[in-house]
Each structure stands twice: as C-alpha cells, then as structure tokens.
Design a protein around this ligand. Structure first.
Ligand code: ZN
Length: 303
C-alpha cells in the first residue's frame, strides 16, 4: 500500500500547482496569482482535519506559495499563526525552489462546536501572525509579527503588509472542496503597490501612481472565490479578466510541489536532544516512533 493519497490528475490547461508573477503595465503595481490542485489536496489529505481547519490551512498554503515563490535559491518562508482559540497553531512553509507543506494544532472539542463557515477570529481568537524569512545568502533570518486582525486570513495578511512592511496590498484567498470527489483546490491572488526607498526604511509611494494603485486594488477585490479555484479558468485568463483595461504582463511561472524536509537523520537529531530516561519512556521495543507534524509520516528510530 502506498502512503500517497490517490488524486485526480491536474488538468493541463488549469494552471494548477503554479504561481504566476505579473505586473500591471506602466504602473508600480506587481502581483502574484496561485492555484494549487493536487498539491493542496495531498497536503490536506495527509491530515484529515475538520473542514474549517483544512480550509484555513489551504488558504495559508496558497498565501505561502505566493510569498515564498519570490525566493530564488536556498530560501525558506514560514507563515505561522499562533493564538488562544480552538485552533492554537497554524503553520505553512515554503522552501525554494517550490516545496510547500503545512499543519495545524487544535482542540478537537472546541473546533467541533464551531460552524462550518467559522471565521479566522472564531478559530484562532486573539493571537499573532508571523512571517519568517530564511535565506542562505543572508546572515540572519528576518521575522515580521503583527496581531491577528480580520475575519479572514486574507484580511490578516493585508494588515501584516500594512503594519510590518508598509506595503499597501490587496489579496484574496480561497480553498474549496469538491462536494462530489472531496478533492481540495486552493487559489489566491495578490497585488502590491511598490514604493521606492531603502529596504527596512520608510517606503516612498509615488503620488502620481496612487490612482492607478487604487484601481488595481479595487479590480482585484472584485475577484470571486470560485474564480480563484475554477479548474476550467486558467490564471492568465483570470488576470486578463481583471486587468484587461490597463494590460497585464505575466512572468515565468514557478512550479509548486508538495514537499517535506523531514528525514530519518533529522529525527535522529531530535531524539539525541532527549535524556536517556525520557527516551526509555518513549521507546517501545528499543524503538521510538516520531510522527512528522507536517506530512504525518512516521519515522521509527532505533535507540
Ligand atoms: Zn515530514
């Protein structure tokens, strides 16, 4: 038996498992669009989470893929929401050149009492959203943290960009489960008003561009949830639908895969950090089984 779930093939014309960077012609507006079919389904199917949690993790995968795909080589981006609600922790990460994974920690009893359309505020309660960027070329990792603000993950992310990075942003995220097949699809789109200025310093936004930015943001906010996940609507067609008046230029897409970096060697390193007594308690027949939170794979380590 294989541990991999059986999934339907991605439609070749659907732009599934891709991030497409784009730019509105003649404006300081850049964006990214993403669609994940089998990749999202495989990540979510490994866990069997309650519907509202799977949906939110699906949206987090879409967001992480868009943000992480900016990293060229040896980069890692981690999105983490930590809070005091029934869903205590949500993690999605991206490793170049395009591997995504994610998991959630939650109180099953608390989640069971929530409605199916539970909001981020219902699920997470008060907490924070953090993004951590690790790049081999940079000596230190960068982390931005903001309080969770908003009814949706997209709203929380928008607040993150406004507070932490002073970059006006508009974004939409969607995760849909096919009612017949049960397969998940997720999608997202974001635009950002790029400014001039030193990295880490105040951004200088060109006032001549503010009208164009407002138009780009309003047009983006008109996108519908089912357009983001529609397998019959290629992302490039969706971008044209939104931005045909100004013109949109798309750049080379980035392929996204489901990927986990867990390994027997890494788990052995974790094991070595425990005391002999703790290991003896954990062991069964001289073996310790550790389950990877991201991919749910069991690693059996002889001790
Ligand atoms: Zn793993």
């Amino acid at each position: 038996m294989t541990a991999e779930p059986i999934v339907v093939a991605d439609r070749p014309e659907s732009d599934d498992n891709l991030v497409i960077p784009f730019q509105i012609e003649g404006q300081s507006v850049r964006g990214r669009a993403v669609r994940l079919g089998t990749v999202a389904d495989q990540v979510l199917a490994a866990h069997d989470y309650p519907e509202p949690i799977a949906r939110l993790l699906g949206e987090a995968l879409a967001l992480t893929a868009m943000l992480g795909s900016v990293l060229k080589v040896d980069g890692k981006l981690t999105l983490q929401a930590k809070a005091g609600g029934p869903l205590g922790l949500l993690v999605a990460d991206y490793a170049s050149p395009g591997d995504v994974r994610g998991f959630a920690q939650f109180d099953a009893g608390g989640v069971a009492h929530l409605p199916e359309d539970a909001t981020v505020a219902d699920l997470l309660g008060k907490g924070y959203l953090a993004m951590t960027l690790d790049q081999a070329s940079a000596k230190e990792s960068y982390q931005g943290i903001v309080d969770l603000k908003g009814e949706t993950l997209a709203e929380c992310a928008k607040a993150y960009f406004a507070d932490s990075e002073q970059t006006p942003s508009e974004l939409a995220l969607a995760a849909e489960r096919d009612p017949v097949s049960g397969y998940w699809r997720v999608g997202g789109i974001m635009v950002q008003h790029l400014g001039r200025g030193e990295e880490g310093g105040p951004r200088i936004l060109d006032p001549d561009q503010s009208e164009a930015w407002n138009r780009a943001a309003v047009l983006m906010s008109s996108v519908k949830t089912d357009e983001l996940t529609d397998p019959l609507l290629p992302l490039t067609d969706l971008l044209l639908r939104l931005y045909h008046e100004d013109g949109v230029r798309v750049f080379r897409p980035i392929s996204i895969r489901r990927g986990c970096r867990c390994s027997e060697e890494r788990m052995e390193q974790v094991i070595r950090s425990f005391s002999k007594e703790d290991l003896a308690d954990m062991a069964d027949d001289g073996r310790v089984t550790i389950t990877c939170e991201f991919c749910n794979r069991d690693h059996v380590i002889e001790i």
